[in-house]
Unconditional design. Structure first.
Lengths: 276, 249
């Protein structure tokens, strides 16, 4: 039940990545821009040729670009366009005709929240709507393996949550998903397992929590009554904030310049490299 | 196989739909050659021997604009917008995609040739084409040649903003040299040689034979060979150099 295993080195971009994604799981490639995430997925999708190593996607070598493989995968690219004079409904009908057992176009339109814009020319769609169309076009063929390259970059928070919901529904439907992201919270919210990638190498693989992706420290900082800057680290910012604000109110003080810093990839890297 | 044929047909239908929805594309495809025909006809004051040359020249230009120009624009645009890359990730066979695109261009060519032929019959005192078979052969070979060259040329164009400059830098000189050499028997030898080596003038000669003079296909085989050689060259570069995505930087 192995979806893909690969081992290859490509000049600078990807230097010997070794990953196996199990059927039915959501696997995240987590790393900063330029870490080699997109290069890796595009090799798996058949867009790029690897220089060395072995790759197997659903039992196929993606470099050979067999149509049989492409009938079983869905691809959401980091950025891609659609014909401006075609409506989402027409585009989905056209795309559906490529696949042996496509989903119902109306249902896909409804699920992706494109009902209202179904018959409008694509060029009138907003950025968020175009992203939903990206998802819809990748899913209309009912693929068993779905690649999502930075699926929520550039989306507003509401659209982002919708995209997350879509991914969760796909997993419940038994689909296998490989997604790339540079957002810690996204990896934490969606992925069963993540591989942390940097400079074309895998630093660690495992469930997000075990890698410290979920447990990383939030930073709460403020100025106290005396004007001194205080920084506190916590895994539970809600509790600490409550304690701090209660204490301040009792003293009749304000917490000036209060801010909560989310854990960053850098923190995780530091933690990972500190462990070694 | 039937699957690939069906998908080619569907791609063709989609291309036609998009073509008619884009008014500027429709305008350039149909109104522009008509304007040339009307403008040229007005300048020539009904001088029949000149009109006899104008009609096949415009017909030749129509073949070039509906294939070479249109495909170069289309492919650069779709490549830059990431549409080609998206299509590349689907099970749509490459042959079906390009089959649909080429069939769409060919439809435009056929419509334009029909317009030019009918206008020649009605307004310019030129009878119906004398050699229908020759007309079809030259249009088909011309379409294949200029379509291949258009796809190959798209590879040279770095981004969509510069498409007009690149396309016109080729289209206008080729049209000018070919028209001039076709019209002027005593054109400078260098110009004539250049025009004879390029594919447009041979195409115009073949169309002239088919539509106006009735010279047989056998007498224009040399012209046909020149177009065919360009077609093979274009096809080779079109396939070899094709890029589904925008180069970075």
């Amino acid at each position: 039940m192995r979806d893909l295993s690969k081992r290859y080195g490509e000049h600078e971009a990807v230097r010997g990545i070794d990953i196996t994604v199990e059927r039915g799981e959501v696997f995240g490639l987590l790393g900063p821009n330029g870490a080699g995430k997109t290069t890796t997925v595009e090799i798996l999708e058949g867009y790029r040729k690897r220089t060395s190593g072995e790759v197997s996607v659903l039992g196929y070598d993606p470099a050979r670009r067999q149509i049989e493989l492409r009938k079983r995968i869905g691809v959401v690219l980091q950025s891609s366009g659609i014909y401006s004079h075609v409506t989402p409904r027409e585009a989905l009908q056209h795309w559906a005709s490529f696949y042996p057992a496509p989903r119902d176009v109306n249902e896909v339109l409804r699920l992706s929240g494109l009902d209202e814009k179904a018959d409008a020319r694509s060029r009138t769609l907003s950025g968020g709507q175009l992203r939903r169309l990206d998802f819809a076009l990748a899913l209309v063929g009912d693929p068993e393996l779905i690649f999502l390259d930075e699926p929520t970059t550039g989306l507003d928070p509401a659209a982002r949550r919708d995209a997350w919901e879509t991914v969760r529904n796909l997993r419940e439907g038994g689909k296998t998903i490989l997604l790339t992201t540079h957002y810690l919270d996204e990896a934490q919210a969606l992925a069963d397992r993540v591989a942390i990638v940097k400079d074309g190498r895998v630093l660690a693989v495992g469930p997000p929590r075990e890698l410290g992706v979920g447990a990383a420290q939030y930073t709460i900082s403020y100025r106290d009554g005396g004007g001194a800057r205080i920084e506190r680290q916590t895994e539970d910012p809600t509790r600490l904030l409550n304690e701090l604000t209660n204490a301040a109110l009792e003293r009749g003080e304000h917490l000036e310049e209060l801010s909560v810093g989310r854990p960053t990839l850098e923190d995780v890297y530091l933690e990972l490299t500190a462990d070694e | 196989m039937s699957d690939a044929v069906t998908l080619t047909w569907r791609q063709y239908r989609l291309e036609r739909k998009m073509f008619w929805r884009n008014p500027s594309a429709a305008f350039f495809n149909f109104v522009l050659p008509l304007l040339f025909l009307v403008g040229g006809g007005a300048i020539l004051h009904g001088n029949q021997s000149d009109l006899n040359k104008l009609v096949p020249a415009i017909a030749g230009m129509s073949v070039m604009s509906t294939t070479f120009t249109a495909l170069a624009y289309n492919i650069v645009f779709l490549r830059e917008r990431g549409v080609l890359k998206r299509i590349r990730g689907t099970p749509l066979p490459t042959g079906s995609y390009f089959g649909g695109v080429a069939a769409n261009a060919t439809t435009n060519t056929a419509l334009q040739i029909a317009i030019v032929v009918v206008a020649g019959r009605i307004f310019f005192g030129i009878g119906w084409p004398q050699e229908w078979g020759e007309l079809i052969v030259f249009v088909v070979v011309g379409v294949v040649c200029f379509a291949a060259l258009g796809v190959a040329f798209a590879h040279v164009i770095p981004n969509f903003e510069s498409t007009a400059a690149y396309v016109n830098a080729v289209f206008l000189p080729v049209v000018f040299v070919s028209f001039y050499a076709f019209d002027t028997a005593n054109a400078p030898a260098l110009l004539r040689n250049v025009a004879d080596a390029l594919p447009l003038k041979p195409l115009i000669e073949g169309l002239s034979g088919a539509i106006v003079t009735g010279s047989s296909l056998q007498s224009n085989l040399g012209a046909l060979a020149v177009i065919a050689v360009w077609g093979v060259l274009g096809g080779w570069f079109a396939v070899r150099g094709f890029s589904w995505e925008q180069r970075r930087g």
